[in-house]
Design a protein around this ligand. Structure first.
Ligand SMILES: Nc1ncnc2c1ncn2[C@@H]1O[C@H](COP(=O)(O)OP(=O)(O)O)[C@@H](O)[C@H]1O
Ligand SMILES: [Mg+2]
Length: 223
């Protein structure tokens, strides 16, 4: 037993056949249970590639990813999908909410995929909306919400299935500084409740909320 929740081992990703781009170059890192990690770096240096590989959304060219000591790219496709649904919550920069659904329905969708009964879905969605201070927006559609509110619905949705890990790819990228700071207060609160969090950002103010900052340059972790 150890308390390492995420581990990457010499993770490398090369895109393209003829013209090759080495997006990620030999990255090894560890995230412990309950840790709050920021990954910083300029645009195009491999941050999203790293997060996608950690979440099982892409295949590495070489190297390994362990989640809870499971070598995830050795799993069958169906097992990897199940692991992703149960253990990982992902928040995208562009929110990716479903426009025709309300806040509550967007959150319920995530639980529907795991066959959670409707009553339980509703109760959980309401609890998450309250936790993120947007319970008054339960029945609003994304177009009726501010950017910050939309992002909080996206976070609530990512948390719907009690993931062990919350991954966020520049979640404040589309927010003004006040909304971004508000959001980070919620993220900090979630971490204090025990949530393991990995956040990507190019903003030092955001990264400073984390316990540990990794910097990535040309696909490599730099110290
Ligand atoms: N699907 C892809 N196909 C080809 N090249 C890609 C793909 N995704 C990312 N890249 C390239 O990999 C590098 C790292 O990209 P990315 O991980 O998105 O960086 P960041 O998130 O730090 O902006 C960039 O040079 C980018 O153009
Ligand atoms: Mg990116």
């Amino acid at each position: 037993m150890n308390d390492i929740l995420i581990k990457t081992e010499n993770l490398t990703k090369v895109y393209g056949e003829k013209i090759k781009t080495k997006a990620l170059d030999n990255v090894s890192l560890e995230v412990k249970k309950g840790e709050f990690i920021a990954i910083m770096g300029s645009s195009g240096h491999g941050k999203s590639t790293l997060l996608h590989l950690i979440s099982g959304l892409d295949n590495p060219t070489s190297g390994k990813v362990f989640i809870d000591n499971i070598d995830i790219y050795k799993l069958k496709e169906s097992e990897l999908t199940e692991l992703r649904c149960k253990k990982i919550g992902f928040v995208f920069q562009s929110f990716n909410l479903i426009p025709i659904l309300t806040s509550r329905e967007n959150i319920e969708m995530a639980m529907m995929l795991l066959g959670i009964p409707q009553g339980e879905q509703e109760e959980k969605a309401k609890r998450l909306l309250k936790l993120l201070d947007i319970e008054s927006k339960e029945n609003s559609k994304p177009s009726e919400l501010s950017g910050g509110q939309r992002q909080r619905v996206a976070i609530a949705r990512a948390l719907a299935n009690n993931p062990e890990i919350l991954l966020m790819d520049e979640p404040t990228g589309n927010l003004d500084s006040k909304s971004a700071e508000d959001m980070m207060k919620h993220i900090k609160k979630l971490n204090e409740m025990g949530q393991t969090i990995v956040i990507i950002t190019h903003d030092a103010n955001i990264a400073n909320y984390a316990h540990k900052i990794y910097r990535i340059h040309d696909g490599q972790i730099v110290f």
